[in-house]
Design a protein around this ligand. Structure first.
Ligand code: C2E
Ligand code: MG
Ligand code: MG
Ligand code: MG
Length: 287
């Protein structure tokens, strides 16, 4: 009986692995097409200042529109883009497009761009950042580069050099998904980040024992370092009140706005009850 089970398992797994491999190759080919035919767009999600409750930035979030598969979210294709090296042309496009859009917004609103560790490891990010700034004319201090601590996992000074060069351009560098990695605190010593973004899992599990203490400590850590702190993944009023009370300087989440195409940002603002009308309009200035 057991032997039979084993065989049926093998019979089940082989075609299954085969299918997965085929699907991966298909997706890879589609991703190459997407790069060639420009099938990416950016959605933008607001970051709200805790004290004034005004929008202070938008995070650019990559979307892939495939003619057959429809809208594909980054978690499904960023890993593949990283494995295939396609993340470099894609990442360069994201930087240029995000800066181009931000240049159309009021000048006190920043744009945040996610950059993959693979972009640092296999290429030079400062040059890509500089190109995006110069081609758009965006004030460098209005750009924030979001990286996860896995960027600094290897003890490689090259990445650290690149981060310092990015800062020298006047661009801000933010530690994203803070708290989910291995030894966050040591990274804080190695590089002077401009902001900590606490991973959304903490907010989602804030009622579990001990989590509030961590949330409080992250806010305090940012305060002691003299840098900003963002709580992301805020979906309810209660969560918003809590992280504001704990001292997070910025809040981001569906409560204030889902990621939207650039053209729809306007409307989203009008609907949101926490947004100051003062940050409007987002339409391109008359030229
Ligand atoms: P991230 O940078 O931590 O971005 C936050 C993610 O949380 C986004 O998912 C956003 O849509 C989602 N989110 C925002 N508010 C809420 C909320 O209130 N509740 C919940 N449940 N989720 C919320 P998204 O857009 O699917 O992106 C996932 C990840 O993909 C990002 O995580 C980032 O690491 C990566 N990514 C996105 N765009 C790019 C890009 O242009 N380049 C690179 N390298 N990575 C990107
Ligand atoms: Mg991010
Ligand atoms: Mg994050
Ligand atoms: Mg992330």
């Amino acid at each position: 009986q057991a032997k039979q089970d084993g065989r049926s398992c093998a019979r089940f797994f082989e075609p299954e692995m085969d299918r997965q491999l085929r699907e991966r190759r298909q997706l890879e080919q589609k991703l190459r097409d997407a790069v060639q035919f420009q099938r990416f767009t950016l959605h933008f999600q607001p970051l709200i200042k805790s004290d004034s409750r005004q929008v202070c930035a938008f995070e650019a979030l990559l979307r892939w529109q495939d003619p057959e598969l429809g809208l594909i979210l980054p978690d499904r294709f960023i890993p593949l883009a990283e494995e295939t090296g396609l993340i470099r042309p894609i990442g360069d496009w994201v930087l240029i497009e995000a800066c181009r859009q931000a240049q159309l917004w009021p000048s006190d609103i920043r744009v945040a761009v996610n950059v993959s560790p693979v972009q640092f490891r296999t290429g030079r990010v400062p040059e890509s950042v500089a190109r995006a700034i110069y081609s758009s004319g965006l004030e460098p201090s209005r750009l924030e580069i979001e990286i996860t601590e896995s960027v600094l996992l290897s003890d490689d000074s090259n990445t650290l050099d690149q981060l310092n060069e990015i800062k020298e351009l006047g661009v801000r560098v933010v530690l994203d998904d803070f708290g989910t990695g291995y030894s966050s605190l040591s990274y804080l010593r190695r590089f002077a980040f401009d902001k900590l973004k606490m991973d959304k899992s903490f907010v989602q599990e804030i009622h579990e024992s001990g989590v509030l203490a961590i949330v409080r400590t992250v806010a305090k850590l940012g305060e002691c370092l003299g840098i900003e702190t963002t709580a992301e993944g805020i979906e309810t009023e209660e969560q918003a009140r809590c992280v504001r009370e704990e001292g997070f300087t910025q809040i981001q989440g569906y409560l204030y706005g889902k990621p939207l195409p650039a053209e729809e940002l306007d409307t989203a603002f009008q609907l949101g009850q926490y947004h100051s009308a003062a940050v409007l309009p987002l339409a391109p200035p008359d030229s």
